[in-house]
Design a protein around this ligand. Structure first.
Ligand code: E4P
Length: 220
């Protein structure tokens, strides 16, 4: 399973690329807003950080765009800015048609805000390169995301679609393992979730036992 960082903070991205060897990046309008920089500025900076690699960077079209033509127009324009860019398109009727049109041009897309197998089906059938089921957003409102990744994976495999799943809106370290087992091709999470996934209180406890033992062992 590939590990993507979900962020538009360039210092955080640079650290994650260097220290954690991320396989790719995802952004969204909220991450761009948090960066405090204009959309075009921040995506240009991110493109520079991955230049010369094959790491995909998902950049989202204007979320006000729900019609096929406007999504395709901006999607083509953004895709021309960097070979790393994958165009994020919201799951909606016009979005699925736009995914189909962009695929004809060879533009890779990431169908975002996927909440159901049916939406993932429409995206895969339209030729989406990635689908992003949003686990945390379902859980937040009392729905369950427990089976979504496994169900989408079963659907893709059953019908032979090459679309890859990015498990998105992942909120804790446990979910990274869960989505891997469920068959996600990729997971995207924030830096804080990855940091939590590296450590465990029992490991820290174990280290302190070993350190104490080391210190009490007589020297030669
Ligand atoms: C994924 O591509 C999304 O950017 C992301 O997971 C959205 O969720 P969040 O910003 O609430 O984590």
């Amino acid at each position: 399973m590939k590990l993507f960082l979900d962020s538009a903070m360039t210092d955080e991205i640079a650290h994650a690329l260097d220290m954690w060897d991320m396989d790719g990046l995802t952004t969204n309008p909220r991450h761009v807003m948090v960066s405090g920089k204009p959309f075009r500025t921040v995506i240009a900076e991110i493109a520079e950080l991955v230049k010369g690699t094959d790491k995909p960077v998902s950049v989202e079209v204007n979320p006000h765009f729900t019609g096929c033509d406007e999504i395709v127009g901006q999607g083509r324009e953004l895709a021309a800015l960097s070979p790393n860019f994958v165009i994020k398109v919201g799951a909606c009727e016009g979005g699925f048609k736009a995914i189909r049109e962009l695929a004809k041009d060879g533009v890779r897309t990431n169908a975002t805000l996927i909440m159901s197998v049916a939406q993932a089906w429409h995206a895969a059938r339209a030729g989406a390169y990635f689908v992003s089921p949003f686990l945390g957003w379902k859980d937040q409102f009392g729905d369950s995301s427990d089976s979504l990744i496994g169900d989408v994976r079963a659907m893709l495999d059953k019908f032979g679609y090459k679309t890859e799943i990015i498990a998105a809106a992942v909120r804790n370290a446990r979910q990274i393992g869960d989505v891997a087992i469920a068959g996600a091709h990729c997971v995207t999470a924030g830096a804080a979730v990855y940091l939590d996934s590296f450590r465990n209180p029992y490991t820290v406890h174990g280290e302190s036992i070993f350190q104490s033992s080391w210190d009490q062992t007589p020297e030669a």
